[in-house]
Ligand binder design. Sequence first.
Ligand code: AHG
Ligand code: MN
Ligand code: MN
Ligand code: MN
Length: 346
Amino acid sequence: TSPKSSSYEIVTLTTWLLQQERTGAIDNEMTIVLASISTACKQIAALVQRAPISNLTGVQGAVNVQGEDQKKLDVVSNEVFSNCLRSSGRTGVIASEEEDVPVAVEQSYSGNYIVVFDPLDGSSNIDAAVSTGSIFGIYAPNDECLANVEDNETLDSVEQRCIVSVCQPGSNLLAAGYCMYSSSVIFVLTVGTGVYVFTLDPMYGEFVLTQEKLQIPKAGKIYAFNEGNYALWDDKLKKYMDSLKEPGDSGKPYSARYIGSLVGDFHRTLLYGGIYGYPRDKKSKNGKLRLLYECAPMSFIVEQAGGKGSDGHQRILDITPTEVHQRVPLYIGSVEEVEKVEKFLA
Ligand code: AHG
Ligand code: MN
Ligand code: MN
Ligand code: MN
């Protein structure tokens, strides 16, 4: 590592991105896309922190393609994210939880990256000022959906190409990250060279590097599941859940922690170890979480930190979406904890 220029060296996200560019881990177009995403997250952080003041709590009055009542901040965050990506000029296609279909970005004139995102995760927490977040993933441009639409092409054929361009396995991700809006605003990022954690310094509005090459503990006795769905789970899963409550040879059962925001529950799991799960159940045949912009980016991050992301039987990153908003069951966290639930489900 380069010698410290001074005893008090601050590495901002911008500095870090330029370092990654110099080592060839990312190119300068990706640098610009990631910088524009960090700007979107800072803007959303400011909006979230003042939501009750600026009348941005509560519902928008519309239902999104997920069938969810959109919160006002779901819509605003989606616009903030989309605008920052458009103005980067390096984004070819965006796919969002809050957009029915992926959108080709006309203003793209280079780079053409494909960005998938959940602009506001855990949005049901907003009105109670409980942790929320934004999740994103970045794929390399592919010729399925170049931004420049052929003039004689019909709109729905462009739409079809964009759907094809985003429906790729998480193993193709070049970068993934999230921003957590909590007691601190935390930006977590991987570009395939490990997991890096940045904390927003409100004194001057920059993300400052606070943890590098983060590794998730191999095991952890904390589990995060919505046990309200217990009655709807299949028997093998019930047996797993019951096993966590037995003292076992350590004499202590597991602890339950559930924030109701994937970003919050995942970030605690990444730092303390343990497991987050959103299983399928009798009502939600594929679980609740979306593969493209929730499960795949989080699985890329957890694998970069030495953890595991599974649908209960297979690696999340090996699953190719057949449609943009496809849902999959998710078990993610410490290797030993994910392998334990996989054994029960086998
Ligand atoms: P989103 O707010 O982006 O729709 O995601 C909500 C997800 C996830 O963040 C959270 O872990 C899960 O929904 C909570 O679901 P339940 O309320 O059913 O437990
Ligand atoms: Mn939602
Ligand atoms: Mn979400
Ligand atoms: Mn969301």
